[in-house]
Design a protein around this ligand. Structure first.
Ligand code: GLU
Length: 505
């Protein structure tokens, strides 16, 4: 009986910027697959391109993954104090700390005649490419240095000539089965003799990714579609090292497309980093749900998924080959559904930091010096329960109902008028509404009671009673119902507002 291979997926970002929403999608696929199969999700940092490193990027990546709930089990992780650390038996998990390992494997390829030193200068390579262009040939290294004798190579190395090491692509054809794209076939003659070791002693991505995926016992490689043309090179390296049996399965994730459905989603169209979406007040559950559905269809009616549901249902093999369009309206809808499912306390905790930044909140807060923190919290929670079903993002709290935070201004009789009722009627109706509200005691000040009593008093003339009341309480043409507004404002404030418009008209 063959032993079942442990499922080990990895996310291997280069720390060159912020975590892109497309990268989170790859990480999520890794995470879901590992969790579903009792495997491990590993995070490795690919920093072989030292010129592109961005300070603090690793920590920010990890924080964003943590925010999204896509937390690695092994590799580069955040420790209990939120500091970047490493955990696991296949480390180090940061490529710049593994240079000796790569050199050893490059040497092995050289010793076996599967790789060779190349001393060509940048000028010569430029010249070569230009000539190839003129001859309408695909740009490819012409193997000049493959013909150097052992002695010539040794001499040049002794003289300290600048050099790289190239992998000698063998003859033949490379075929693999991509879990998303299906069978891929490439003639090896079209593949360039890839550099595996750069002149600065760093490996290239191609060498490092193969050595690491092998040594870290990775069973599945999920990554962006831009890497699909690199995979044959990697497969050839696996073969050169004699590691065919340990070859992982590959799945390339189609691009996320911008509005036009053609070009890759770019910054020009708005947010692309996970941090941007967090800053805008999307709950992480919504982002995760939304990106899981990009290009994947569960083939049921279900559209709202918890992480556990995604773990059991998500299937990378069912991801659509064609790129998925990033539809912000869909994200907003999904986000609204997730917010609806949350408790008032949870929304309060998530939304308060956003609210605290708003000018309307700041001045309201300054004016409430006699209120205790508890009173303020209760008031905000009432507003949240009124707005909950209409919220798409946490930062929208209070935004379209600012009358909760300041007195309605300059209400004219026309603002209060229901159809063609007279000023007299309006006044009477406002008086009537006021009386109804006054008749409800503070302890009975519940939404249900307020609604019941007002509807009772309105009889079949709802608009006549409720329209001016709503306008008096809010000063707005559109708002939540007068019952909800009166309930949230409280008895005293509601009556005060009715009185102040009554004396103004
Ligand atoms: N370091 C590569 C990137 O940031 C990862 C590619 C891979 O997963 O193999 O896109």
């Amino acid at each position: 009986m063959t032993e079942k291979k442990e499922i080990r997926t990895r996310f291997a970002p280069s720390p060159t910027g912020e975590l892109h929403i497309g990268a989170l999608r790859t990480a999520l696929s890794d995470f879901l697959y590992a969790k579903k199969n009792n495997g491990k999700f590993i995070l490795r940092i690919e920093d072989t391109d030292q010129n592109r490193l961005v300070e603090g990027a690793v920590e920010r990546f990890l924080k964003m993954l943590q925010w999204a709930g896509v937390v690695p089990d092994e590799g580069v992780v955040l420790d209990e104090d939120g500091k970047v650390s490493q955990d696991g038996e296949c480390g180090p998990y940061i490529q710049s700390e593994r240079l000796d390992i790569y050199k050893k494997y490059v040497q092995k390829l050289i010793d076996e005649g599967k790789a060779y030193y190349c001393f060509c200068t940048a000028e010569r390579l430029d010249e070569m490419r230009k000539n190839q262009q003129v001859r309408k040939e695909a740009p490819k290294y012409d193997r000049k240095c493959l013909n150097l004798s052992k002695e010539e190579v040794e001499e040049k190395l002794k003289n300290g000539e600048k050099c790289v090491v190239r992998f000698k692509i063998p003859e033949g054809k490379t075929v693999f089965e991509d879990l998303v794209y299906g069978k891929i076939e490439v003639e090896n003659s079209t593949v360039d003799d890839q550099i595996v070791l750069k002149s600065d002693g760093f490996p290239t991505y191609h060498l490092a990714v193969v050595v690491d995926d092998y040594l870290m016992k990775i069973s599945h490689v999920f990554r962006g579609a831009e890497w699909i043309s690199s995979t044959p090179k990697h497969i050839l390296l696996y073969k050169a090292f004699g590691w065919e049996k340990a070859m992982p399965e590959f799945a390339h994730m189609p691009n996320i497309l911008g509005k036009d459905g053609k070009k890759k989603l770019s910054k020009r169209e708005g947010s692309v980093s996970v941090q941007d979406f967090k800053n805008q007040g999307y709950p992480p559950q919504a982002i995760v749900n939304f990106i899981a559905l990009l290009g994947w269809n569960p083939k049921t009616e279900q559209e709202i998924f918890t992480m556990d549901e995604l773990i059991s249902q998500y299937d990378i093999r069912k991801v659509n080959k064609s790129g998925a369009v990033f539809d912000i309206k869909r994200l907003n809808w999904i986000s609204a559904q997730h917010i609806r499912k949350m408790s008032i306390d949870e929304i309060y905790n998530q939304a308060l930091p956003f609210l605290k930044e708003k000018e309307f909140y700041k001045s309201w807060n300054t004016d409430r010096e006699t209120w205790s923190d508890k009173e303020k919290e209760e008031y905000i929670k009432k507003i949240i329960s009124v707005e909950k079903d209409r919220l798409e993002k946490f930062d929208q709290i209070g935004e379209s109902n600012q009358f909760f935070f300041s007195d309605p201004k300059n209400i004219s009789s026309d603002d209060l008028r229901w159809k063609d009722s007279s000023d007299e009627d309006m006044k009477n109706n406002l008086q009537k509404a006021k009386k109804v509200l006054e008749s409800i005691s503070e302890s009975d000040w519940e939404l249900k009671n307020i609604e019941e009593k007002l509807l009772q008093a309105a009889g079949d003339k709802r608009g006549d009673l409720l329209f001016p009341l709503r306008a008096a309480l809010t000063g707005e043409k559109k708002s939540p119902s007068p019952f909800e507004v009166a309930w949230a404002l409280g008895k005293k404030e509601s009556i005060k507002r009715i009185e102040s418009v009554n004396s103004a008209i």
